[in-house]
Structure formats: C-alpha cells, structure tokens
Write a protein that binds this ligand. Structure first.
Ligand SMILES: O=C([O-])[C@@H](O)[C@@H](O)[C@H](O)[C@@H](O)C(=O)[O-]
Ligand SMILES: [Mg+2]
Length: 431
C-alpha cells in the first residue's frame, strides 16, 4: 500500500487574548503567542498542531520545512532523525531560567509529530489516543489554575474591562491580589468548569501571603479539594522547607518551590508532601540525576517541551520505572493543544493528579465549534479520527492578524511587568 507524502507545511503565528496574569517571571502581555502548524498530504489530508509562539522557533520551523516535505507521516522516527541531524542539539541549560521552556528542537518535534499523528489518525480512521496505545480513561480531569492578576481582560481591551461581561467572563477580569480575591477567583472558576482540585500560581508575592491564600482556599473548599502551589522556583531551600512544613497535610503536592535538582532533593528529604516539577527535571538527560538525587516525586510532562506525544509516553514509562508519578504542565493555549493534551492524558498510566490547563483564561478559539467543554472539571476524549478537532480557518486568519498588529514576537513577562512597575527585575531566586 502506498501512503501519501507530506506536500504542504504551513506555519501560522497567532496572538490570543490573554489577561494580565502575574507570575515569577513578571506579567503576561495582553496577547499570548501561539504558532499553528498544518501539514497537508498529497491527497489533501490535513494534520494540525499548536505550540507556544516565538519568532526564533518559527524561523527554525521554516528551516525544518525542507526536511519534512516529501516525508511519509507514518515515519516519525525518520523525520525525528533527519531533524536532529540538521539542528544543533540543545542541552538542558538552553531551557533557560523562565517558568517555560525556551528550547527550539523540542517544540519543532512536538509540532511536526502531533500534526503527523493527526494525519495518521485520519488515514486509519482512529483517534490519536489509539496511536498512543489506546485509552485508559474516557474523561481526562483537569485542575483549576488560579493566578494572581491585575484587573483586566487583555487583548483589544488592553488591560481594561468589559462592563457587560457576566459569569466567569466577568470573574476572569477581576483583580486577584490577596487571599480573599484568590478565593473568589477559585469559586468562579470551579463553578464554571467543575474543577475538583486547585492550583495556585505563586512566586508573585512574598511567601507568607501566598501560603495564607492556600489556607484561605483550604478553609473555603474543605479537605476534599486537593490544593497545590507553584512558586516557580523562587524560594530558597530554607523558605521551601519552612512553608512546605506549614502546608503539610493541606496541599497534595508542592510544585517547584526552589531551583535545581540538588535543592529540590534537599527539600524533598525534609518534607512528607510530594514535590512536583516542570523546572528541575525537564528532559530525558535530567532523569539519571533526578533518580540518583531524589529530586522530585512527580514530573509534570508537557508534550510541547518533551518532543511530542510519543516521547511523553516514553517519559510515562520511565516515570513508572523510576517510581515517579506523572502529571501535566501547561501554558496559555487553545483547543488544538488541549485536544492533544487530552489524548495524551487518556493514554498515560497511573493517573493520580488532575492535569494543569490555562484554557479557562483564554476566550479565543481556532477550532470549528468553538471552545471545548469541561464537565465536572474533565474533558471527554475526542472520538473522531486524529485529534478530533478541525481548524477554523476564519478564526485562524483573525488571530494571525492580531499577531501582525500586536507587535509581540516572543514572550517576555519581565518587559510587560516593567510597563507597570518600571524597576521590576526578574530574579531566579527571590525569597
Ligand atoms: O503562564 C504562566 O505564567 C505560568 O507561570 C507558566 O508560564 C508556567 O510555565 C507554568 O504554568 C508552570 O507550571 O510553571
Ligand atoms: Mg510549574
């Protein structure tokens, strides 16, 4: 049987409305950047994927086009090898100090692999989850993801608000700068999406205030709602142990309290609470040291940063072997990424912790049918062939226009923060 080859490779940077969320690296811009990749075969089958937007990665994707055109989308190993041979390899250092991964090749692998799996699924008429070994669950639970934030909606509104918004749309605009406002945000988000566990993005205010917010959430939601906090490695070892001990029994895990595998291992020895990471063990080459030091209990995978869905399944197997749990990290994203996350979430073994998603913070969408639905905090695994989502070309064109107009070319939360607080500086460790 002759399979169609990849004939077209489209790279579309888009800018997605994003509210003024605060984090350890600064402030989100009014638009979050994403890049949508579409591969089309000789016989017109389209496969799509979505990755974080960054002009350097887009340029590298352009370079990768010559190696991908003419390939058989089933031959992912060959595609991976050709790309690896034509790009510089990147060690973990290239990941950078930011809460998100700055490497190029992992993003390229991910975007091409997911789009190829979408095509393959359509050819064999099976959902992507079946290409990952099949479904272990029909519904994939996600956690509420709270952010400290300034008042505002983002996007064309700048950091203004829409007075006509209601429900979660109104709550999404509200400021959240103290424990009371964080609890209000949590209630509105859980009411709208039905989330049953809650993560607070920390690293914004001094630890006392953030830990107080965790206690306020515990009081408001009770012991049956698992909580987590993620200061994105801004705490010292001493601070992590001090506040980690205070929150013992209150949080289900502590995410990246401090920086580096050695420091995480020291904190882990001092606490009973499990530690999770998307900052200290972030690539396959980090695993041996993670194991020898005992750096964390849970690895927060992210198919955009681990080279795609199949490599994320390899990570799942490694986690099982080395006694790590696996859950999922997220960044601002739309429905193509969410669909890929759900297929992966349905396939991974030992599903113990609800996955992260920024999806409630976004209001745009680029898939036909609009925003994906959450029921009791979970997304039902799409059953259609491939990713089970279809690109809305009109919406894509509109968000591409936003990209051209907004002037942003890569994420820099420090610069955004300096527009509000001119002397603010990113620090790798703050408290
Ligand atoms: O969106 C944000 O501001 C987050 O801080 C994100 O960039 C992180 O990568 C992430 O969600 C995390 O868990 O570290
Ligand atoms: Mg994190």
């Amino acid at each position: 049987m002759k399979f169609p080859k990849i004939k077209e490779f489209h790279i579309t940077p888009i800018a997605v409305v994003d509210p003024p969320l605060l984090n350890a690296a600064g402030l989100h811009a009014p638009y979050a950047l994403r890049t949508v990749v579409e591969l089309i075969t000789e016989d017109g089958i389209s496969g799509v994927s979505e990755i974080p937007g960054n002009i350097e990665i887009d340029k590298a994707l352009e370079k990768s086009r010559q190696f991908v055109i003419g390939q058989d989308p089933f031959q992912l190993n060959q595609i991976r090898d050709i790309l690896a041979a034509n790009f510089d390899s990147e060690d973990t250092i290239k990941r950078g100090d930011t809460p998100w991964d700055q490497r190029t090749l992992v993003h390229i692998f991910s975007s091409i692999e997911v789009a190829c799996l979408d095509i393959v699924g359509k050819i064999v008429n099976r959902p992507v989850v079946d290409l990952l070994g099949g479904k272990r669950r029909d519904r994939v639970p996600f956690s509420a993801y709270l952010f400290y934030k300034y008042e505002g909606a983002g996007g064309e509104l700048g950091f203004g608000t829409d007075p006509n918004a209601t429900g979660w749309d109104a709550a999404r605009q509200a400021s959240a700068l103290n424990p009371t406002e964080i609890v209000a945000q949590a209630k509105a988000m859980c009411k709208e999406f039905g989330f049953q566990s809650i993560k607070l993005k920390g690293g914004v205010f001094e630890p006392r205030q953030e830990v107080d917010a965790i206690f306020a959430l515990h009081e408001a939601f009770g012991k049956d709602t698992p909580l987590r906090i993620d200061p994105n490695a801004l705490w010292t070892v001493e601070t992590s142990i001090k506040y980690g001990k205070e929150m013992e029994g209150i949080i289900e895990y502590l995410e990246d309290p401090c920086r580096g595998q050695e420091n995480m291992a020291a904190v882990r020895k001092a606490l009973k609470t499990p530690l999770a990471t998307n900052m200290c063990t972030t690539s396959f080459e980090d695993i041996p040291k993670s194991y020898s030091l005992g750096a964390e209990d849970i690895i927060l995978s992210d198919h955009h940063f681990w080279g795609g869905l199949q490599d994320s399944m390899k990570l799942a197997a490694i986690c099982q072997t080395f006694g790590r749990d696996l859950s999922m990290h997220s960044n601002s994203h739309l429905g193509i990424s969410l669909a890929a996350m759900v297929h992966l979430g349905a396939a991974i073994p030992n599903f113990k912790y609800a996955l992260d998603t920024h999806y409630p913070w976004q209001s745009d969408e680029i898939i036909v049918g609009g925003r994906m639905k959450f029921e009791d905090g979970a997304v039902t695994v799409p059953t259609g062939p491939g990713l089970g989502v279809e690109l809305d070309r009109v919406a894509l064109a509109k968000l591409h226009e936003n990209y051209k107009k907004c002037g942003l070319t890569k994420r820099n939360d420090e610069i955004e923060m300096q527009k509000v607080q001119p002397h603010w500086k990113f620090k790798a460790t703050r408290w």
